[in-house]
Design a protein around this ligand. Structure first.
Ligand code: GDG
Length: 479
């Protein structure tokens, strides 16, 4: 167990990787929330006397540090008001839409910002308290962008890494943010700022040069105090082998057959799985499919669409509106095109255990992933991992980070409904050799780049940083 000031590796994220559960006899306990990040980091954390700092998901409660299945967890409390202002407000009502191409309109509220600063400070304080001398602290994601600088001010001895899981916007959009300079300076507290894609790293470096006035060269920022900061791409991945193993299991194989049976054994099963989020392009995807049915290119007996939308951020207004929009669209499509016992779209607004997800991936002939903008999109990679027979077609938005690696997918522009229709049809009619050729190549990519490799690459780079330079710099410009 990690005691104060003894952790050599600290992961700092908005959430702890556990959910609070109440068992049948009424006692409260914790259940590990499954995720690639925790499974990739777990072995590294065990070997390094690691600790994970995060909010335990329950407002207005102080939870003592505890150990869960050998993982040392350090809770940071949050009030109900902070959940509203810091999490639902600034993180998900301001930053999330701003960083995703303003797909929805970001809201700017000064009290949300104040809350963001206060919560970031609390997290930085906690990391400063538990990290050992010279330890490594890895800060995760958009909710925590001020932590690197706040932490460095308190603990200059630390190695600090930051990783952004979502896109980083171009200057033209980022500059809308009233607190743009503070965010950039917050991130510059890290030794390495990691992004999903090179383009995002370049956006960041350009902004730092233009807005903060620091000298930059390629992926390096030179600060006046002699420090350097690297901005680099580390595309995240999944536990590829873990998914494949699950997909090969007898129970998943049987369940996949059951799913197809329940759908009426159609020739083609199309699948979408997403958090119910306006960035994911669920609406245009369902429209594209419904038009294909309406035009007689697909029949509902031949081609069924299964859409899973996992409940998400339900207290944020834009998410409630989206849910109503999708409900209405699915109702209308099924009303117009479905027949008794054979709806066109099987729509589920719920979340499922991992093995059910794997069974769905196994049951689907075509996976349709059409975000307007997505940092990476792990669902696309999980589908590929589960297709161990090299069958199955992936239709993938060119605006998902995953499109840079999964080049053999049928690529689509989610704003172009006709283009999507054509790609879905092409995927449905492709011959087996073509499907196999594409899937094989994509499987090779994700076998070679899994989440353990991602974590090792980031932490390896962080352990190698020198972090200083001896350039003479002019004073930084303000903007
Ligand atoms: C952010 C970025 C980036 C979904 N429903 C269920 C379930 N899931 C799992 C999927 C997948 C994960 O959640 C979703 O990951 P995505 O990458 O698709 O999307 P975001 O949640 O938006 O994630 C994204 C990612 O961070 C990592 O850096 O790729 O771009 O937006 O793993 O399988 N899992 C279970 N039941 C569900 O119902 N068990």
């Amino acid at each position: 167990m990690t005691t104060s000031g003894s952790a050599d590796l600290v992961i700092l994220a908005n959430r702890l990787p556990v959910d609070r559960v109440r068992s049948a006899d009424g006692t409260l306990g914790w259940r590990r929330s499954p995720g690639g990040l925790v499974s990739a980091l777990e072995p590294i954390m065990r070997n390094n006397d690691g600790a994970w700092i995060g909010w335990p998901g329950v407002p207005d409660e102080d939870v003592e540090p505890f150990v869960d299945e050998g993982l040392s967890l350090v809770p940071v409390p949050m009030s109900a008001q902070e959940v509203e202002e810091f999490y639902e407000g600034f993180s998900n009502g301001t930053l999330w839409p701003l960083y995703h191409d303003v797909v929805a309109k970001p809201e700017f509220h000064r009290e949300w910002w104040d809350s963001y600063v206060a919560v970031n400070e609390r997290f930085a304080e906690k990391a400063a308290e538990i990290a050992a001398e010279g330890a490594t602290v890895w800060v995760q994601d958009y909710q925590m962008q001020l932590v690197p600088r706040m932490l460095r001010e308190r603990r200059p001895d630390l190695r600090i890494g930051f990783y952004l899981h979502i896109p980083f916007p171009p200057t033209e959009l980022f500059q809308q943010l009233p607190w743009r300079r503070q965010i950039l300076e917050g991130l510059l507290g890290a030794d390495i700022v990691g992004f999903q894609l090179n383009g995002a790293a370049q956006n960041f470096v350009r902004l730092v040069r233009q807005r903060v006035g620091h000298k930059t060269h390629r992926d390096t920022v030179y600060l006046p105090d002699g420090r350097t900061v690297q901005a680099r791409a580390f595309p995240i991945s999944i536990d590829t082998r873990g998914f494949e193993e699950l997909a090969r299991s007898e129970s998943v194989t049987q369940r996949a057959a059951q799913i197809r049976e329940a759908l009426g054994n159609p020739k083609t099963v199309l699948l979408g799985i997403d958090r119910l989020d306006y960035t994911k392009g669920i609406y245009p995807r369902l429209r594209a499919y419904s038009e294909l049915v309406a035009e007689g290119r697909f029949s509902v007996d031949d081609a069924v669409f299964v859409q899973v939308a996992t409940p998400s951020r339900e207290r944020v207004e834009q998410y409630r509106v989206l849910r109503d929009d999708i409900d209405r669209l699915v109702g209308r499509i099924n009303g117009d095109l479905g027949r008794i016992g054979q709806p066109a779209i099987s729509y589920m607004h719920s979340s499922f255990p991992r093995h059910e997800m794997a069974a769905l991936y196994r049951a689907a002939d075509i996976m349709v992933v059409t975000p307007y903008r997505d940092g990476m999109n792990l669902v696309a990679k999980e589908y590929v991992a589960c297709r161990y027979d090299n069958d199955g077609a992936l239709v993938l938005s060119e605006f998902a980070g995953a499109a840079e690696e999964l080049r053999q997918a049928w690529r689509v522009n989610p704003y172009d409904i006709n283009g999507m229709k054509a790609a879905i049809l092409e995927a449905a009619h492709a011959d087996d050799r073509e499907v196999t050729r594409r899937m094989k190549a994509m499987r090779k990519t994700i076998m070679e780049h899994d989440v353990a490799g991602w974590a090792a690459a980031f932490l390896g780079a962080l352990s190698e940083v020198q972090g200083t330079h001896s350039k003479t710099l002019r004073p930084s410009r303000r903007s």
